[in-house]
Design a protein around this ligand. Structure first.
Ligand code: 6PG
Length: 265
């Protein structure tokens, strides 16, 4: 029986404070990875929530641009929509506009999922890039230093959507996943890869996420319905960065804005 999952959630007053907390958290985790392993290999999510935090990391009036160890950072994506990199739905485009165009990352440090390709080809090429960059042998899986996740109102994370095939993929590093509910194809890291990371956190904001947060982390285990429940980091600790609106239905945090939930697998 695996050890109970300790969910540590940090609650910020509003979305702007949460974005600042997220920028600080990413820089701290990157510094920790570089100190421990000489590099920071970070996989980020797309969607809308992380955009403000990405912009803060690139903002020269904020402390993060100067503090982030950019030269030792490798940036990966947790998932991508199967669209060209300049498409309005592209996670890469969102990240490029908010951050990449304004920070000192070389092209060789940016590992984009090629959403413009046929989905399975994009997944296979992304997997191959991981194998080469992490120098993996055989069935080895990469160990990202940081994985930053979001959560949809349906309980999906990455592009692991309810009742989709990707939920059952244990051997691959990245897969193409057809999302019927969105009538679209995605490429996503598989959940075993996410769980191998040294540090995994969710960034969740807004009142529309309050109920799903409660369902996922305090409700019965039903991973096909709520795929975010598949996320179970190897060290048994999962961090949630929340704003007060999203945290409305979980137990109130302590005076420091910190709460914990213990959850069996
Ligand atoms: C994506 C993301 C996805 C996202 C959630 C939350 O490609 O959309 O990777 O998993 O994190 O859907 O999205 P919001 O931040 O827009 O609510």
């Amino acid at each position: 029986m695996p050890q109970p999952l300790k969910i540590v959630y940090l609650v910020e007053p509003d979305a702007r404070a949460l974005a600042r907390k997220t920028a600080q958290h990413v820089v701290e985790q990157a510094e920790r990875a570089v100190a421990a392993r000489g590099r920071a290999r970070i996989a980020i999510s797309g969607g809308s929530t992380p955009k403000t935090a990405f912009a803060l990391l690139a903002d020269p009036t904020q402390p993060w641009l100067a503090r982030m160890p950019w030269a030792k950072l490798d940036l990966w994506w947790v998932d991508e929509r199967c669209v060209p990199p300049d498409h309005p739905d592209s996670n890469y485009r969102m990240t490029r506009e908010a951050m990449l165009d304004h920070v000192p990352l070389a092209a060789s440090q940016i590992h984009r999922i090629e959403g413009e390709l046929e989905p399975e080809t994009a997944a296979a090429r992304y997997e191959s890039e991981m194998r080469n960059c992490f120098r993996l042998e055989g069935a080895e899986m990469p160990r990202f230093d940081v994985v930053a996740l979001g959560m949809g109102p349906d309980g999906h994370t990455a592009s692991l959507f309810p009742h989709t095939q990707a939920l059952f993929e244990l051997g691959r590093l990245a897969v193409a996943n057809h999302v019927e509910a969105k009538d679209s194809w995605r490429v996503t890291l598989t959940w075993p890869v996410i769980n191998r990371a040294s540090h995994v956190f969710f960034l969740v904001a807004g009142a529309d996420k309050a109920q799903i947060l409660k369902d996922v982390w305090m409700g019965p285990r039903d991973v096909e319905r709520w795929p975010s429940q598949l996320i179970y980091p190897a060290d048994g600790i999962l961090t949630l960065l929340l704003d007060r609106a999203a945290a409305a239905l979980v137990p109130p945090p302590d005076a420091n804005g910190c709460g914990t939930i213990e959850r069996n697998a």
